[in-house]
Ligand binder design. Structure first.
Ligand SMILES: [Zn+2]
Length: 401
């Protein structure tokens, strides 16, 4: 099922850009047949022609980038699933495994629904974790690839082969992760090497060997708190350095960074920056947030993600990445214009590299990936998170309200 119904646009007329330089002028964005922006100029007052989109003076932001999603296992669009798991990471994993066995493995329709939900909220690029385990093998990855392919390049996605059920504690999973990397997934995942596998050195050595051999990146879920998490960050940084994997490693969650004392944090962040180790956060409500100014001062790049939405881990979650950025800003007590604007940048332009996009700033030469919303400026868009009016990906209209 190719979504050939996504109309191609040759121009997006009369939209406003927030460049931070004061008054927001109306612009026309011209797009070539490859979906690339060719020019951005002051709007001319002509009615949009055939194949042109009338921006109606709405604010244009670069498309939102969801840097941490699980598009393979939501129950969105299906009857309500009561949450019955025990607490803690392993309790949730056991609950998910048990219910998945009863309900059946989520299929293509689930991933389609999740992607459509992301697009409806203005997302044009995604890095998604996809479960790889002994029951599922690599089937989940095939399903996600199929769902993404239906967008025919208009939606950008990178995949992390994710060992949700553990790595070393499930003999055979390392081989599956290696096989996934050999089929071209962009990253191999990991999960709390200390608390899940109870063998941090073993899990990390296995993951890093795959990365070093195949060229895949590493994107590891690290929920372990405080010094237990920081200790594993040390191990990750050691291996990143010794195997020459600078710029190839991401830490998802990394709660420990915000929990250790400031001196330990500064040292870790400096080392991470030097090795190009990035972070992704879902702006957890009941935990301290990644500290914006410390992250930026150190030069550690980070992006926002929705994590799983409406899944067997939690009934909560929507596809609204801007809502996650709002949650981050609000719970970090961010109020100044420059900081609010920076948070929007993290959700858009600065997040693009997490999905393999080199430039993402609505400039000539960039993909025509943008979202239109009725907001005064970037700050207003963040604090109100108004409905998304139009989503354009790769020069095609993916959603119109
Ligand atoms: Zn996750």
């Amino acid at each position: 099922m190719l979504h050939t119904g996504f109309p191609r646009v040759t121009a997006v007329r009369n939209v406003r850009f927030d460049t931070g330089a004061g008054e927001l002028l109306a612009r026309d964005v011209l797009v070539d047949e490859d979906g690339v922006i060719t020019s951005v100029d002051a709007a001319v007052s002509v009615a949009p022609g055939a194949g042109e989109l009338d921006g109606r003076g709405l604010l244009a932001l670069p498309g939102l980038v969801n840097t941490h999603a699980h598009v393979d296992k939501s129950w969105i669009g299906h009857p309500w699933q009561s949450y019955g798991g025990e607490g803690g990471t392993d309790g949730r994993i056991r609950h998910e495994r048990a219910r998945r066995d009863e309900l059946g493995i989520p299929g293509l329709d689930i991933t389609r629904r999740v992607l459509a939900e992301f697009v409806r909220f203005g997302t044009t690029a995604v890095r998604t974790h996809v479960d790889v385990d002994l029951g599922l093998g690599l089937r989940g990855i095939e399903i996600v690839r199929e769902a993404v392919a239906e967008y025919d390049g208009a939606l950008t996605a990178e995949i992390v082969a994710f060992p949700q059920d553990g790595v070393l504690r499930r003999p055979g999973v390392v081989d599956l992760l290696r096989a996934a990397a050999e089929t071209g997934v962009e990253h191999v995942g990991g999960l709390d090497p200390a608390s899940i596998d109870r063998d941090p050195v073993g899990q990390l050595d296995a993951l890093f060997a795959i990365a070093a051999d195949t060229g895949a990146g590493i994107d590891i879920h690290l929920h372990d708190p405080a010094e237990l998490g920081a200790f594993q960050l040390d191990l990750i940084l050691d291996r990143t350095a010794s195997l020459g994997l600078t710029g190839k490693v991401n830490i998802a969650h990394g709660f420990a960074i915000a929990q250790v004392d400031p001196v330990r944090r500064r040292d870790l962040l400096q080392r991470m920056a030097g090795l190009g180790v990035t972070m992704t956060t879902v702006a957890p409500l009941r935990l301290p947030q990644l500290p914006l100014h410390e992250m930026d001062a150190a030069g550690v790049r980070f992006g926002f993600g929705t994590d799983g939405i409406r899944d067997l881990w939690s009934p909560y979650g929507t596809g609204d990445l801007l809502g996650i950025a709002w949650q981050y800003a609000r719970s970090s007590s961010i109020v100044r214009d420059e900081d609010l604007r920076r948070v929007v940048e993290l959700a858009t332009t600065a997040g693009a590299s997490f999905a393999g996009i080199r430039r993402h700033a609505l400039q000539p030469g960039d993909r025509a990936d943008l979202v239109l919303l009725d907001a005064e400026n970037a700050m207003d868009a963040l604090v109100r998170t108004p409905p998304r009016e139009v989503t354009v990906g790769g020069g095609r209209i993916l959603y119109q309200r």
